[in-house]
Write a protein that binds this ligand. Structure first.
Ligand SMILES: [Zn+2]
Length: 443
């Protein structure tokens, strides 16, 4: 394990600043009593994670020092209710609210989290502390009759971690194998998204398949708080090997590429609505269910519950988002020069989807409905190439843009260390060469 001197220094500094503020803002007669608090507090339990504490536990630092009360926020609580429960003054609450947007997070305190309150012996509120998330904490301190707010942002320490795992009889799925190797749900899901274009994790997992993944772990003050992103991964599936490395392009977008710089993702998703089934296929000689005559069905119908999100099949620009008799509410997206996709019978549009708006692949653009000529809730999806309707199920989908030639040098330079690390992990565990053996055996 790594040591975290910076994090500790940071904690101590934060504490010192906080206490200095508290002390300097105390009424004069209190200062003398509290002047020695910083020394004892630097190793005190006050700033430790408070999730294990029972509600209302008094965290007395010293019998004559200022007490902190740690309150577990209950469902339905708001600041006003908590102040009432603790017998704190409504005028103090008002003074805190008056700080404005800096404390707006206190309007949506989350049940189950903890609110720390510093209350003087005379029942006066001196300070309040609320942990927004693992990286941010709001501190509110009394300054005379008023309060001031300070956002304490921890500087996370990002560490690169790696793991390898294999599909076996005991761990027959990506999920099982990943969990057994100690990966979080979050990383397993991200891994499946990276390779979703090439590997069917539902159908194609085989005994002996294996993978290696390099990812970020985020630490704050020596404690792991969450995982970050996957930086590189390697998947050996049914004898084929897939590698992915993350790269941030000139527009700041991060995507995954093969070591040669080809995009892993395709430019279009096959299905723009999850949790659905195809209720009517692309068919140029279909008997129309409402008009009872042969009318070409130039798209695919996905039956799904009303309100199921419909996502953009690819990156593009919305050209139409409106309603008419036949199509109901519908969206048309232009993808570059060649490709157009259409989404019909929506119950509603997603926010921020309108003509001229850019959308990203997978972004929700609307919700399944039955507006227009529709007998039941479904999405009618059309895919056009050069203005001609094509079957979305069978049309050959282009890959997403590869690394531009002008960017290739930067791509190679910035991904080389990660790819070297990846092949060293794979090489050390021997797994690319000897898939039948345990990946841990090595050479
Ligand atoms: Zn249809």
């Amino acid at each position: 394990m790594t040591s975290y001197p910076r994090a500790h220094l940071k904690a101590a500094t934060t504490l010192a600043v906080f206490l200095t503020v508290v002390i300097t803002t105390l009424p004069a007669k209190e200062s003398a009593k509290t002047a020695r608090v910083p020394v004892s507090l630097s190793i005190s339990p006050v700033l430790e994670p408070s999730s294990e504490r029972p509600p209302y536990e008094d965290l007395a630092i010293e019998s004559d020092a200022i007490q902190w009360t740690s309150v577990r926020i209950r469902p339905g609580d708001n600041l006003s209710i908590i102040f009432g429960r603790l017998g704190l003054k409504a005028s103090d609450l008002q003074a805190i609210v008056n700080i404005g947007t800096d404390v707006s997070v206190l309007k949506k305190i989350v049940a189950g989290k903890t609110l720390d309150l510093q209350i003087s012996n005379t029942g006066e509120l001196l300070g309040l502390r609320y942990e927004i998330d693992a990286l941010e904490r709001l501190l509110v301190t009394r300054v005379g009759d008023r309060f001031s707010a300070y956002l304490d942002v921890s500087e996370p320490e990002v560490i690169t971690a790696f793991q390898t795992a294999r599909i076996s009889t005991d761990s027959p799925s990506l999920y099982h194998a990943g969990k057994r190797a100690g990966l979080s749900d979050n990383i397993i899901m991200k891994l499946s998204y990276i390779f979703q274009w090439d590997i069917s994790f539902a159908l194609d997992m085989r005994k002996g398949d294996q993978f290696a993944v390099i990812y970020e772990e985020i630490y704050v003050e020596g404690e792991k708080v969450k995982e970050g992103e996957i930086l590189a991964a390697h998947f050996q599936n049914m004898g084929k090997v897939y590698s992915a490395v993350q790269f941030q392009d000139d527009n700041g977008l991060k995507n995954y590429y093969t070591p040669e710089g080809r995009s892993l993702r395709k430019a279009f998703l096959r299905d723009p609505v999850h949790f659905s089934h195809v209720s009517s296929n692309f068919n140029l000689r279909r008997l129309h269910p409402i008009h009872k005559r042969v009318m070409p069905h130039r798209g695919i119908d996905y039956a799904a519950n009303k309100g199921t999100p419909v996502v953009a099949a690819g990156d593009g620009r919305v050209t139409i988002a409106r309603q008419n008799n036949a199509s109901g509410r519908y969206v048309v997206i232009q993808h570059g020069q060649q490709y157009t996709t259409k989404y019909l019978h929506l119950s509603s549009f997603a926010k921020a989807v309108g003509p001229g708006k850019n959308v990203r692949q997978g972004q929700t653009i609307g919700y399944v409905g039955s507006t227009g000529w529709a007998t039941a809730p479904h999405l009618h999806f059309e895919f056009l190439v050069g203005g001609v309707h094509r079957n979305p199920k069978t049309v050959k989908l282009p890959n997403a843009s590869p690394i531009l030639a002008s960017n290739m040098k930067r791509f190679k330079t910035s991904t080389a260390p990660m790819l070297m690390q990846l092949s060293s992990i794979v090489g050390n565990t021997g797994f690319a060469r000897t898939p039948q053996k345990s990946p841990r055996k090595g050479s």
